[in-house]
Design a protein around this ligand. Structure first.
Ligand code: SD4
Length: 332
């Protein structure tokens, strides 16, 4: 098991896809140039997801189609323990999923504490497209999904069931009462949500964010990931942002909305992400066991990523070179 420091050195990765033409021009777009299409996503889960999104983007897909296609890859992967099927259950042994989408018209859809459905992001998109609401939770979200033709799926894999069983047995021997609003143990296996942002060939932005939430959370807990403005925010005039890590801290700072508003005021994506991390740090004083990572993409196709702890990294994806890790800035 890696220690927290080592883990943080390798945990926060954003994957970036840039157009081959601009990469050939030397990379990086000035404020007047628009680099597109672009797809960025958090952490290492972004790597296969980016490829699926990139295919959509280069096949005339919209940014919304791209982010949905991208994160679905991770939702379906039972080896990813923090998103979709195979995700860690809550303390009652039930896997509950949170997800949202937001598009270039400011339309958004979201599901919280959704059980038994493999692709919460697609359900969130249906909430956006088929209902007058933004968010459905719990049984209501599941009933809606089934009504929309989603099949019921057992999200608890044998591995997750065994891990939960072990955790429960330990709890019976030495019960641990988590401190209010403090994230449970975070390690390589318990991190992290995938947030994905895309700018399509028409210059429009969309985003998606999906997670099984924090390991052994209370039943009914909903994190930042499905909350528009916290886990994700998109404004087609300005940019888009998403967040990962300790959801309660992201909610308290309306992290993604804050990042987009900073960009509106003229901040670069990196400066905008840093502003969110500073806000979290001001509230919590950088405790070792708190991690928050913010990723932003502006209208020009420029990206920025910033972590609370040192070692926050990004990965660059280009069709020629695939995904490549790139060191990003961090607060400490
Ligand atoms: C949550 N932000 O539910 C998500 C999960 C995560 O590290 O990213 N955990 O709080």
């Amino acid at each position: 098991m890696p220690n927290r420091r080592d883990f943080l050195k390798t945990s926060a990765i954003a994957s970036i896809g840039a157009s081959p033409m601009l990469a050939a021009c030397g990379g990086g777009a000035s404020a007047s140039q628009q680099q597109k299409p672009v797809v960025v996503s958090t952490w290492r889960h972004g790597m296969p997801a980016n490829e699926a999104a990139w295919e959509e983007l280069t096949d005339d897909g919209t940014a919304l189609d791209a982010v949905e296609a991208g994160v679905r890859v991770i939702e379906a992967d039972p080896e990813t323990r923090t998103v979709g099927r195979g995700g860690y259950p809550d303390r009652t042994g039930v896997v509950t999923l949170d997800a949202c989408v937001m598009d270039e018209r400011g339309r958004c859809g979201s599901v919280g504490a959704l059980e038994d459905i493999l692709h919460p992001t697609s359900v969130a998109r249906k909430v956006m497209e088929e209902t007058p609401h933004v968010m459905l939770v719990g049984d209501g979200a599941r009933d809606f999904a089934i009504e929309q033709g989603f099949e019921e799926t057992d999200l608890l894999t044998e591995q997750s069931r065994q891990d939960w069983q072990e955790w429960k047995e330990k709890q019976e021997e030495t019960p641990e009462r988590p401190e209010p609003n403090i994230e449970g143990e975070v390690d390589e296996e318990n991190h992290d949500t995938i947030g994905m942002l895309a700018l399509d060939a028409n210059g429009h932005l969309s985003g998606a964010c999906t997670t099984s939430g924090t390991q052994w959370k209370m039943h009914g807990r909903v994190g930042d990931s499905p909350l528009i403005g916290a886990g994700l925010f998109v404004d087609d005039d300005v940019g888009a942002a998403c967040a990962t890590g300790w959801g309660e801290a992201v909610i308290r700072t309306a992290g993604s909305h804050l990042a987009v508003e900073k960009m509106r005021q003229g901040a670069s994506p990196m400066e905008a992400c840093r502003a969110v991390v500073e806000r979290v740090s001001n509230l919590h004083g950088n405790p070792e066991d708190v991690q928050v990572g913010v990723l932003a993409l502006n209208k020009n196709g420029e990206i920025g990523a910033y972590g609370l702890q040192s070692g926050f990294e990004t990965a660059q994806y280009t069709p020629e070179a695939g995904n490549q890790l790139v060191e990003a800035d961090a607060f400490q």
